[in-house]
Design a protein around this ligand. Structure first.
Ligand code: GCB
Length: 609
């Protein structure tokens, strides 16, 4: 019954929201595990700051105007020497996809606007198969065309989407063209003001997936909430043969169960299991899982664990755990730009492990599916977040719908990953009635989609004299008392921060989602010298003293693992458009505080053994 409710909620959220996105559909579960052709590589691109390739000179979109063709999606080639065509993909430069454009062309470093990208590929569509053009992420608004025809549009820079192209592929050569636009707008998610680089473009894989006529569109195979003896979830078929027998098998655990999908192609999965090797950071065990219908079969690697709170405790597989975390942006500081592949991702996660972390906060937007799969494999719990950041257009229903859709796309994608232990619905959103209503709806949405994980948000603190407290009506809807506090940096300093103390009025685990200080690597002074490594180091030590006095302290994700680029950080000497709160420098070198945090985490690991 419950499962039906969740399914209904998913459908309610999705139907409305996906309609708004004009035909981009929720992505196939585990697309990399399906038969597919990879369309990554060098794509030709045309920079189009005035959107000349989209609008005619009366500012009417070409696809609605009488001015004839002119849209760059036509990819027109002059037929003879007299024909007038004012653009050419063939003569334009290329960039690597996946990859943001800012880091690939000096002209585009600070660019915000439209870039058109073209890729050609050969296809050999087979009868009885269905095809999907899948994008791991395009920042921010993507208009997608296949062979000159529009497939649709998607908004949101960090979640996957796809278009069905069955019957639309040419035998032989095909052309895909994407208009990507990373312009910031006040009523979008995120909004105009963020503290990270607005990397534009096709930043994750582009695939052409092939599935049978009736295929396994989605599945959830996880332990039931708080029950280590039962696997619970569902399988969803799509296609003409909706009613089928499905086998869910985990050979290594001697599990093989049959379920039947109903007229909507849906089957509830409920399988009793014996003792498993439960996934944990110390033993990140993943089991081979297969889901097979008469027409389709998909294999995955899934970890099984429970995560719950009891009073002020966080229980992983029933055992009290301390979240030894760090916050992370999806950026490679060494060749500044979005992470470009598994090598980059492994480097970042390994840096966290080098500090003895068992947890990462993947801020402030969904990182790639590959990153979450690596966290599964490397044994790092994950706080996964949507870019509902700072001041959003709380009263705009379209903004709420957009946030709900991005949150839904995240949960749909990552719900089978054991590493994901917390869904975060936002960061530092200021309390007000419209914001409380907006955020409250996000909390309800995420719980309806998945009840097996904790729900959090990075809240703000208030100071009353020497007392630091959290007063936020949203806290009632969250599992954690989780908040950012910049004692010693944005307010108070190393000298006086120990005069403050925390009073957290919730009987919930306290998880500090951010604290930190900027330090320019290699810049030395005493513990009172701002921007020095010594200042940052002392601030961490002071934080530990303050935080250890909180009775329910169960974890933290200091800000931040590595220095990262931000247009908000203009100081010419200390910042140079980098946020310097990294524990590791822009060149990959640990700062003093890295070792201090590691020593603290070594102690915590002993304490929670
Ligand atoms: C914050 C934000 C984070 C910023 C950080 C800072 O509170 O959540 O995105 O980068 O502070 O460095 O100011």
């Amino acid at each position: 019954m419950l499962n039906r409710l969740y399914a209904a909620a998913l459908f309610a959220v999705s139907a409305a929201a996906w309609h708004a996105a004009a035909s981009a559909a929720p992505a196939l579960q585990n697309v990399q595990g399906r038969s597919h052709q990879n369309l990554d590589g060098r794509w030709h691109y045309i920079v189009d700051p005035y959107e000349t390739g989209y609008y005619d000179y009366r500012r009417k979109p070409y696809d609605q105007s009488d001015s004839g063709s002119g849209g760059f999606y036509d990819d027109r080639q002059p037929k003879d020497k007299s024909e007038f065509v004012e653009y050419s993909f063939d003569g334009s430069p290329t960039m690597a996809i996946p990859g943001d454009w800012n880091s690939q062309d000096a002209k585009l470093e600070l660019y915000e606007g439209t870039v058109w990208l073209r890729q050609r590929f050969d296809a050999a569509p087979k009868p009885g198969k269905r095809y999907f053009l899948y994008f791991g992420a395009v920042n921010y608004e993507a208009h997608v065309y296949l062979n000159g025809k529009k497939l649709g549009m998607h908004k949101g820079g960090f979640t996957p989407f796809q278009f069905e192209v069955t019957g639309k592929l040419n035998e032989g050569r095909n052309t895909v063209i994407v208009k990507a636009d990373n312009t910031r707008h006040a009523d979008e998610i995120p909004t105009v003001s963020t503290d990270w680089w607005n990397y534009g473009g096709i930043t994750r894989d582009v695939l052409l997936a092939e599935v049978p006529d009736t295929y396994i569109a989605d599945y959830k195979i996880q332990l039931a909430k708080g029950d280590r003896r039962r696997i619970e979830g569902y399988v969803q078929l799509d296609g003409s043969r909706k009613e089928q027998e499905i086998t869910v098998a985990i050979p290594e655990a001697n599990v093989s169960a049959k379920v039947r999908t109903d007229a909507n192609g849906r089957a509830t999965v409920r399988i009793p299991v014996g003792t498993l090797r439960y996934w944990s950071p110390e033993d990140p065990k993943l089991y081979g899982v297969t889901i097979a219908s008469n027409t389709d079969k998909v294999a995955d690697r899934i970890g099984f664990r429970t995560i719950e709170t009891r009073g002020r405790d966080i229980l992983l597989n029933g055992k009290s755990v301390f979240l030894r975390g760090v916050s992370v942006h999806e950026e490679n500081p060494l060749i500044p730009g979005r992470l470009r592949g598994a090598g980059d991702m492994r480097m970042i996660l390994q840096w966290a492990k080098d500090m003895n972390c068992n947890y990462v906060r993947l801020a402030h937007y969904p990182h790639s599916e590959e990153m979450i799969r690596l966290a599964d494999e490397m044994g790092l719990m994950v706080w996964a977040e949507v870019p509902v950041y700072w001041t959003i257009a709380w009263e705009n229903p379209a903004t709420l719908e957009n946030a709900q859709r991005q949150l839904t796309e995240l949960v749909v994608r990552d719900k089978n990953r054991a590493s994901v232990t917390v869904w975060s619905i936002g960061n530092e959103t200021p309390v007000s009635a419209p914001r409380n209503a907006f955020m409250g709806k996000l909390a309800d949405t995420v719980r309806a989609l998945d009840d097996t994980r904790l729900v959090g948000a990075a809240l703000e603190v208030h100071r009353k004299g020497a007392e630091i407290t959290v007063e936020d009506p949203l806290a009632d809807k969250l599992d954690l008392a989780s908040f950012n506090e910049y004692a010693g940096w944005y307010w108070a300093s190393n000298k006086d921060m120990l005069n403050f103390h925390f009073n957290i009025p919730y009987d919930k685990p306290v998880v500090i989602t951010e604290f930190g200080a900027d330090a320019l690597a290699g810049y030395h002074g005493d513990a009172d010298t701002r921007w020095s490594e010594e200042y940052q180091d002392q601030l961490y030590k002071n934080q530990f003293t303050m935080l250890e006095a909180i009775p329910g302290l169960r974890g933290m994700t200091p800000w931040v693992l590595v220095d990262f680029r931000s247009p908000r950080r203009p100081h010419p000497y200390y910042q140079d458009f980098w946020n310097r709160k990294g524990l590791i420098s822009q060149s990959g070198k640990p700062k003093q505080a890295f070792h201090t945090l590691k020593a603290y985490y070594d102690r915590k690991a002993q304490q929670y053994k």
